[in-house]
Design a protein around this ligand. Sequence first.
Ligand code: CP3
Length: 390
Amino acid sequence: MPGPADAPATAPAPGAPHEEHLRDAPYLRVARGDVARGLRPQRTPVWFMRQAGRSLPEYRAVREGTTMLQSCRNPELVAEITLQPVRRYGVDAAIFYSDIVVPLEAAGVGVEIVAGTGPVIAEPVRTRADLERVPELTPDRLEHVTEAVRLSVQQLRATGTPLIGFAGAPFTLASYLVEGGPSRDLLRTKALMHADPQLWHDLAARLAQITGAFLRAQVLAGASAVQLFDSWVGSLSLADYERHVVPHSAAALRAVADLGVPRTHFGTGTGELLGAMAAVDGGVDVLGVDFRVPLDVGAARGRAGAGRPVAVQGNLDPALLSAPWQVLRGEVRRVLAAGERAGAGHVFNLGHGVPPSADPGVLARVVDEVHAWRGAEGDVPDGDARDGGE
Ligand code: CP3
């Protein structure tokens, strides 16, 4: 599948020499479908959405005096923050430190992340004239991203940890552009979709170009996998999702289809949509499942949608991180057992991002618990994986 016309034509082949040291990385083995082929990784891989962020004191320290978007324009700082959770927890993947609004800003859309509010769009997009003010995203506007990915990958090399690139999906990005900021019910977005389907499709197609260019830049600079975040797509019916969203999410993922990296697709509240999400662009490699649906049920829906087995990622409820350890550990093991029953590979994660209030010590224990796990039939250690239990 050819990439965007203005992107470099050559790409690192899958398993290219620069990836040799990552050949056995558990995250990549699961994401590439090894488990479905009968090969188990040495352990269940684990990483956390928003693992680099406000829950870490070292993050708060390096961010002092800079806004989120300023920090994203500083490649050295981005690499430092990307590495922080890898150093602290020994997670099996790093996620590129950035935000879903970064590619919009890079394209030239006026956007700010206002602390305590969220993304605020200077001029919301509700008419065709508004859409004409949303430019395409060309690779020359992503040089700071390319440089930050290169630095991150270089520094991750010694740890044998792959980097996941990501982007917000066209629907979730459109919801911010149309609403002008965060919204509980997305009324304007859904009204636009139905009242002027052509304008909706043109807006979503423009956002798919922006998202695709952002993903492609990250992979060409060395990211080993990608995740498409459609955080709010669970607010749609299956019919609306298939008609108004799938073609655009598919176009975004197609921008990296020729690069041979595994692709994860995630949203929240997506129980009814999981089959369709798994099937996007001929089938994704990993289906992100939030905490509302057990992983084995999610995997069955994904398999039915994609027409082949799909690995799953998830799905501990982030709220459990503040429960007593005995309770939390029981839930971690329940998620691990469901992930095993899912049958085609499991990447342990939360059902959504790490809350800023999460205790890093608790996340460290979760990582150790996942890494110590040897299967529902295996030798589950009864004591505490990190420091002897309580
Ligand atoms: O796992 C990841 O890190 C993936 C990347 C990612 C981030 N944010 C990183 C981030 C993704 C997919 C998002 C999504 C996002 N960002 C949404 C969609 C809804 C969701 O939660 O999925 C929204 C609305 C945003 C905008 C945003 N970014 C807000 C409101 C904030 C907090 C600003 C503040 O300080 O009050 C951010 C900051 C942000 N995004 C951080 C990171 C790692 C900084 C640290 C943190 O919030 O913990």
